[in-house]
Design a protein around this ligand. Sequence first.
Ligand SMILES: Cc1cc2nc3c(=O)[nH]c(=O)nc-3n(C[C@H](O)[C@H](O)[C@H](O)COP(=O)(O)O)c2cc1C
Length: 371
Amino acid sequence: MDTHYPAETADLFETVRMGPMTLSNRIVMAPLTRSRAAAGGVPDAMNARYYAQRASAGLIVTEATNISPQGRGYAFTPGIFSPAQVAGWRLVTDAVHAAGGHIMCQLWHVGRISHPDLQVDGALPVSASAIQPLGVQAFTETGMQTIPIPRALRTDEIPGLVASYAHATRCARAAGFDGVEIHAANGYLIDQFLRSSTNTRTDAYGGSLENRARLLVEVAQAVTDAWSADRVGVRFGPTSAANDIADADPQATFGYAITQMSRLGLVYAHVIEGQTQGPRDSIPGFDFTALRRAFSGLYMANNGLTFALAVKMRRENLADLLCFGRPFMANPDLVERLRTGAPLAPLAAKELWYGGRAHGYTDFPRRDGSV
Ligand SMILES: Cc1cc2nc3c(=O)[nH]c(=O)nc-3n(C[C@H](O)[C@H](O)[C@H](O)COP(=O)(O)O)c2cc1C
């Protein structure tokens, strides 16, 4: 992070309306997989403590959360489909609300980014098409493993898949979340349908732009029907190659996708600008402002933001909400530090990101030394 703090903070620390909610500021904590759920993908008191420590963010988006057993691709990740998971997440949402925050659940189906060891009965992971991701490994309970060629979903399986998103949404509502975010970024299942490098289908879910976006649109329709559009956001990463994915015409693909999300009245569009955790100009010339113009709800920008850039983006009206990921791990009080110009703790060491218990998770102190 930079150490230059602009004298003027624009309106970053002012309240903002988001659907039926009033967020206490415009800073969002990004979804961060930490692989620390208890057995059965059930969040526990330690996870509740972690999120509550970070509740001064205007909004928290949870770590990606499996919508079904088939949607799982990483060991020790939480789910949002069973009664025990709902009860576990209730600990989290109660703790965040008690601390004055808001929290959305990120709905995740990894598609091909999985491994039979993470699937029920050792099944093959599924995707839009039977195309193996290259240069990516699966994080399983026994270590990193090669990802096999996935099985292409049959057309007649898609209604059940869409229904599992609706079920997860009802579970998120029952768990006390403020809303849900549809994860359509980073090369996971919905992205695998959207982008041309991973979708060679010849049915109604492949080929044309409309067909490649059909799963996204059906999921968004089902999720908004299961709750309410003003409780639903979506996340895209139009120029990110994360998990070995690409598109022949990302401006057209994501322009169409975000227009459809706007038509359905989603409350925000969350956009990873650039390569996830990498350069912001990964596809030079890509016009993010065109996406923003095509969407009538709030536009949330993410990726490599510094405080100075966040202020500049608000001043220039390039985003409504500014989303920070990695800095939130070691700075539970990131909002207060940015507001007061206090120095930031260095980014958490990578070996602390995934797995383990409280160390590297809930033991990062606030600026005043308290934990
Ligand atoms: C440890 C870690 C876990 C992440 N997990 C998720 C996730 O579960 N869902 C998601 O959409 N993005 C995930 N991301 C990407 C972040 O949300 C974010 O897009 C990325 O870190 C860039 O933002 P930053 O530069 O502010 O960190 C993860 C990133 C990191 C570093």
